[in-house]
Write a protein that binds this ligand. Structure first.
Ligand code: CLF
Ligand code: SF4
Length: 486
């Protein structure tokens, strides 16, 4: 299998080396998310959008341009010194751009990172509270780079107002952040809403926000624009209520639901950070996502990225393209070259699919041991640079992708952010302890390479190591077979 020439993947597939840890209990108990049958047309609309398609996020990149500074509501998890926390990691500040600077940046990056397929506007405030800047940016991109998909993320307050403009500009993907469908609950999240030159406090403002969000959702459905809903999970406030939110948004035609954890730290200076409101644990988040998965398709690969994010979802290349740097670069946007790269990625995806199918136990004789057990589920952690492959050194990973494996299927359920183990070539003991804690519920870590010292410590913690360079699902299923037999 030859990976596409995107600079992402570059070594041969090798035989895996599985190194064992002492056995331990399995921390996983959730059901698989519902699979939604999609027609071909819909598949095509999401096939290269890294947020709307989990598969695409291994191969395609997105760019956010920070052109929208103002906001028209206040969320208790947001400090307005920083980027919009509805679509960004809290505590991050992006460099503000004019629409012209944003278009220049997009053309530079579309040339340098040809796997870039989507341009999103997600802040640093609310894009629709800055309609002139937002729509001017989209116009410039549509004119100069017609193959780039346009994406917008909003709190929804002004969505009904701009639906025609959105449709006219061919913006096919819109996200609304909906944290409640009950204004009583909303009053604990939003202290005020500024609508049509007037500030409304408490429940009065929340009712307006709720009404506009529902109208916006309906309008998107009628206009046949794909809608993703983001919800911030706030334990004790809207965690149980999000099940109701999930039902309502599904009925109103949302395509995808992305439940994100509240990130709240006192140093971010948000109301929730300062009052000690905690965020959910990974286990609580997964349980809620699993609970909602029977109703509709859930997004589990969100990275809560910055308003100026660049690259694949799991990587952050924004520092390579700061304003002083990208303004000095000449755009090298080349439609034909980009189409060739995308065709290469699609071919590679087909090869990956074929490789995965070959490993499916339906085509392979299942061992008697495996068929006797009722497919217990286990978790494995994967180090990957993208491309759907186990292809990253343990020491270089900034996050692990988590796969749930049951003997029939290995499927992505989330990611865990970690500190780099190798910093300046040295492994840090404290960092390793943190990594072990982060993946303590996993039975194995799948990596392209790992040093003897971390390997030994992982084994002591009950986590096996598999060293290989191959398709993630294939390696995970092979490991499962061996694990169960033992
Ligand atoms: Fe950006 Fe959002 Fe469009 Fe994606 S992000 S505007 S839909 S292109 Fe994606 Fe980032 Fe999560 Fe957003 S991973 S924060 S869901
Ligand atoms: Fe902050 Fe975004 Fe909420 Fe506005 S909508 S207050 S920018 S999190």
């Amino acid at each position: 299998m030859t990976p596409p020439s995107t600079g992402l993947i570059s070594s041969p597939v090798t035989e895996p080396t599985i190194t064992k840890a002492k056995s331990g209990g399995c921390g996983c108990s959730s059901d698989r998310s519902a699979t939604v049958e999609m027609d071909e047309k819909l598949q095509k609309r999401i096939a290269n959008h890294p947020c709307y398609s989990e598969e695409a996020h291994h191969h395609y990149a997105r760019l956010h341009v920070a052109v929208a500074p103002a906001c028209n509501i206040q969320c208790n998890y947001c400090n307005r010194k920083y980027d919009c926390a509805n679509e960004s990691r809290p505590g991050v500040v992006s460099e503000l751009l004019t629409p012209e600077e944003a278009a220049h940046k997009a053309l530079v990056i579309a040339g340098k990172i040809p796997q870039l397929t989507v341009l999103g506007i997600a802040g640093p405030g609310d894009p629709l509270a800055n309609p002139d800047k937002t729509f001017r940016t989209f116009e410039l991109i549509a004119e100069k780079a017609p193959d780039i998909k346009l994406c917008l993320s909003t709190n929804g307050l002004m969505l009904p107002e701009y639906i025609d403009r959105i449709k006219q500009l061919n913006i096919d993907h819109v996200t609304i952040t909906i944290n409640m469908v009950d204004p009583e609950i909303g009053a604990k999240i939003y202290p005020w809403v500024h609508y049509k030159r007037k500030r409304y406090r408490g429940i009065e403002g929340v009712k307006i926000l709720h009404e506009k969000q529902m109208e916006g959702l309906q309008a998107l459905q009628e206009a046949d624009i794909l809608c993703k809903v983001n919800s911030v999970m706030i334990p004790g406030i809207n965690d149980e209520h999000l099940i109701e939110v999930n039902k309502v948004i599904r009925e109103k035609g949302a395509f995808l639901h992305n439940i994100m954890p509240l990130i709240s730290a006192p140093e971010h200076g948000t109301h929730f950070g300062l009052t000690g409101q905690r965020g959910p644990t990974p286990k609580e988040l997964k349980a809620l996502q699993d609970n909602c998965a029977g109703n509709m398709k859930m997004m589990r690969h969100c990275r809560q990225c910055r308003a100026d994010a660049v690259g694949l979802l799991g990587e952050d290349r924004s520092q390579e393209f700061t304003k002083d740097k990208f303004l000095a670069m000449t755009p090298e946007y080349n439609l034909q070259q980009r189409q060739e790269v995308h065709a290469g990625i699609e071919k590679f995806k087909e090869e990956l699919k074929a490789a995965k199918e070959k490993t499916q136990p339906t085509n392979v004789e299942m061992s008697p041991v495996t068929s006797l057990q009722q497919n217990p589920k286990i978790l494995v952690a994967v180090a990957t640079k993208g491309g759907g492959l186990v292809n990253q050194h343990f020491g270089h990973a900034k996050e692990f992708q988590i796969y749930e494996v049951d003997g029939h299927e290995a499927h992505f359920i989330g990611h865990r952010k970690i500190d780099h183990y190798c910093q300046g070539g040295y492994g840090e003991n404290a960092t390793l302890e943190h990594i072990i804690q982060a993946i303590a519920d996993c039975k194995a870590v799948l990596v392209s390479k790992i040093g003897e010292c971390p390997k030994e410590k992982l084994h002591k913690a009950g986590i096996q190591t598999v060293e290989t360079y191959d398709v993630i699902e294939k390696v995970a299923l092979e490991f499962y077979e061996q694990f169960i037999q033992e």
